[in-house]
Design a protein around this ligand. Structure first.
Ligand code: ADP
Length: 369
């Protein structure tokens, strides 16, 4: 029998139970910027509201049912995938389904074991501790986390030199859900502590269309089927981008349509003005490809050289820009660096260099345009 969540957010629109030992929970919409608030408003609250990712959702359902049947604590779960794909959504839905508490911690904010300790000692029996960007935990924090995950115990070192001693503190059994955009950056010992690991991939257009339609309804905005599909098609397979485009097109509709409906024509005009192209590429994505073409003659170019030329942090390029360009075959990552593919040249409207002057790509590469 599911227990009621103990912590309830004060925000009326945000029934997700969230609490961290810090003064304000990280997902408290009262101090989040607009985009985060929007995310929270539209985030599914239960597993049956999660659209797409069927394989992962089915596996999570099995995990949850088995855990409830046995009356156990859920095993630790690692979710990886590009930003805005649903990692936080699943991590917040799981404790709702189990009726247990949720604490949310951000990897980059935990710089030393003392930052993690309150989360561990506050964890109630069976509760979930969600650690976002878990690959950013420093090694000392990771090591502190190992016994907590394995034996529900922390080892606290007191004093130093001859007076040094370690005390062990027993914790209540709890579940860590880790989220990462870079599964490859996780150390093997940390990865091995997660018996469950799931990868979230980009969404199909149909699933994104469904997300856009549901979210328009939540926002009490009517949207034509064609407009929902157009937004979905240009959202790079990513629900957060679909939500953002919905928010932006809704502004256009408010001003241009007497009923505020997002029609096909309004959606197309809005997406044109927002400079989202037919493939869903944004200005930054095109700038990346243009830099690769103009500055590096189509590549190969190292990530840091590209980042330097664009004055953008390498992490931003690797996390936010490259995954979709790679997935659509517009660029390739080779041992010598990033290169524009034939599809990439075509998308930029440039002639593909003759053989011998450019890296050769598989001839069966998917035609996109
Ligand atoms: P991540 O943690 O991977 O960066 P989020 O879980 O925060 O991504 O997702 C961003 C937003 O996208 C959520 O607020 C939610 O509105 C929407 N979203 C993500 N995944 C789904 C899904 N499977 N079904 C419906 N909406 C989703």
């Amino acid at each position: 029998m599911a227990r009621e969540p103990v912590f309830q957010s004060n925000a009326p629109q945000d029934p997700i139970p969230s609490k961290g030992p810090a003064e304000k929970p990280l997902l408290d919409s009262s101090f989040s910027p607009d985009a985060d608030l929007f995310d929270e408003q539209l985030r599914p609250k239960r597993l049956d509201q999660v659209v797409g990712q069927r394989k992962v959702v089915n596996l999570i359902r099995i995990m949850l049912d088995a855990c409830k049947k046995r009356g156990d604590t859920l095993g630790h779960l690692l979710l990886d995938g590009p930003p805005g794909i649903g990692k936080t959504t699943l991590a917040t839905v799981i404790p709702q389904e189990l009726g247990v508490e949720l604490q949310i911690a951000a990897g980059p904010a935990i710089t030393a074991p003392k930052d993690l300790l309150p989360y561990l000692t506050n964890a109630s029996h069976g509760s979930v501790l969600f650690i976002d960007e878990i690959h950013r935990l420093p090694p000392a924090v990771e090591e502190f986390l190992y016994p907590a995950m394995e034996d529900f115990r922390v080892d606290i070192a007191l004093g130093d030199g001859l007076n040094a001693r370690t005390i062990n503190m027993q914790l209540k059994p709890f579940t860590v859900i880790g989220a990462t955009t870079r599964a490859g950056m996780l150390t093997a010992p940390l990865r091995d502590r997660f018996p469950y690991r799931e990868h979230l991939d980009f969404y199909e257009t149909e699933d994104l269309t469904e997300i856009v339609r549901r979210n328009a309804k939540k926002l009490r905005t009517s949207i034509s089927t064609e407009a929902a599909m157009e937004i979905a098609r240009r959202s790079q397979g990513t629900p957060r981008k679909a939500n953002n485009l919905l928010m932006r097109t809704r502004d256009f509709a408010t001003l241009q349509d007497a009923n505020g409906e997002i029609t096909d024509a309004i959606a197309k005009e809005a997406l044109h003005m927002l400079e989202i192209d037919g493939l869903g590429l944004e200005r930054q994505d095109r700038r990346y490809m243009e830099t690769l073409y103009n500055v590096f003659a189509g590549g190969p170019a190292g990530l840091s050289s590209l980042a330097h030329s664009m004055s953008v942090p390498p992490d931003t390029l690797e996390d936010d820009v490259e995954p979709f360009l790679l997935r659509t075959g517009l660029i390739q990552r080779t041992p010598r660096g990033r290169v524009l593919t034939a599809n990439g040249y075509e998308h930029l409207g440039k002639a593909y260099p003759l053989a011998g002057t450019q890296a050769v790509f598989p001839s069966n590469q998917k035609k996109l345009f």
